[in-house]
Design a protein around this ligand. Structure first.
Ligand SMILES: C[S@@+](CC[C@H](N)C(=O)[O-])C[C@H]1O[C@@H](n2cnc3c(N)ncnc32)[C@H](O)[C@@H]1O
Length: 228
């Protein structure tokens, strides 16, 4: 398992690193959808806030939102400005630019340098989980699935009642399918269904739609309140 994770991490560091073909992921992403503007990131943050689906922040304390695959960090900066969370913007290649409100971190999402039960929200849009599922599908990896490993890691750091937010738009192009779409494909190849498999980790799922945005569907999964 460690070897597979190591190989995937090396590959992704190269792919998204300064010499990789996805070095300019942010530009590629916005080229695909020119209607995404800076305000779209804020609209996403506001929609999350207004949905009432974010976990409540502890009284007098600060909630933590972790994005383990932030890349440009633009969503994360909007979250930090709009939501009542301290925002950790991580990525295996580091976040491109220092931002004013979110905290940049270089990390591998498979081994989060974070204590158990400490994070309120994990936001993973087309990130490490997407790549783990893609790896399992393309390598016919039926044993030691990276998908399960990373879900376990997310589960470990989330507080009971904490939320995992995944992108789930049904719209896709020839380059990128949403994480939920990938998960559905993956799970149909390993005779389990999405809800049953995810429910080994997470409570019920809720969906939110963000207006005026290409990736306009997000799914919220909650770690059960009574579990550590
Ligand atoms: C397709 S981009 C998505 C970036 C961003 N979440 C967005 O929505 O624009 C995938 C990102 O995941 C990062 N990544 C992939 N595997 C990772 C891992 N194991 N740990 C941390 N970051 C990872 C890559 O470096 C890359 O920046």
């Amino acid at each position: 398992m460690e070897m597979k994770i190591g190989k995937l991490a090396d590959y992704l560091s190269c792919l998204y690193g300064p010499m990789g073909i996805n070095a300019n992921w942010g530009a590629l992403d916005s080229q695909r959808n020119q209607s995404v503007t800076r305000s779209s990131y804020t609209v996403t943050a506001e929609t999350f806030f207004e949905s009432g689906m974010l976990p409540a922040v502890p009284r007098g304390g600060t909630g933590i939102l972790l994005s383990p695959s932030a890349n440009t960090g633009l969503y994360e900066e909007a979250f930090a400005k709009t939501l009542p969370f301290k925002v950790l913007a991580g990525d295996i290649v580091g976040v491109r630019r220092q931002r004013d409100h979110s905290i940049p971190l270089q990390l591998n999402a498979f081994y989060l340098p974070i204590r158990d039960n400490t994070v309120d929200v994990i936001f993973d849009r087309l990130g490490a989980l997407w790549h783990a599922v893609d790896y399992d599908i393309t390598h016919h990896n039926d044993h030691d699935k990276l998908t399960h490993f990373i879900l376990g890691e997310y589960y470990r750091v989330l507080k009971p009642g904490g939320a995992l937010i995944l992108d789930g738009d049904s719209q896709f192009d020839s380059i990128v399918y949403s994480t939920i779409y990938k998960l559905q494909r993956f799970l149909s190849t390993v005779p389990e269904n999405l809800l049953r498999s995810l429910s080994a980790y997470f409570d019920k799922m809720k969906r939110v739609a963000v207006a005026d945005h290409y990736y306009s569907q997000y799914y919220f999964f909650y770690k059960p309140k009574n579990r550590k």
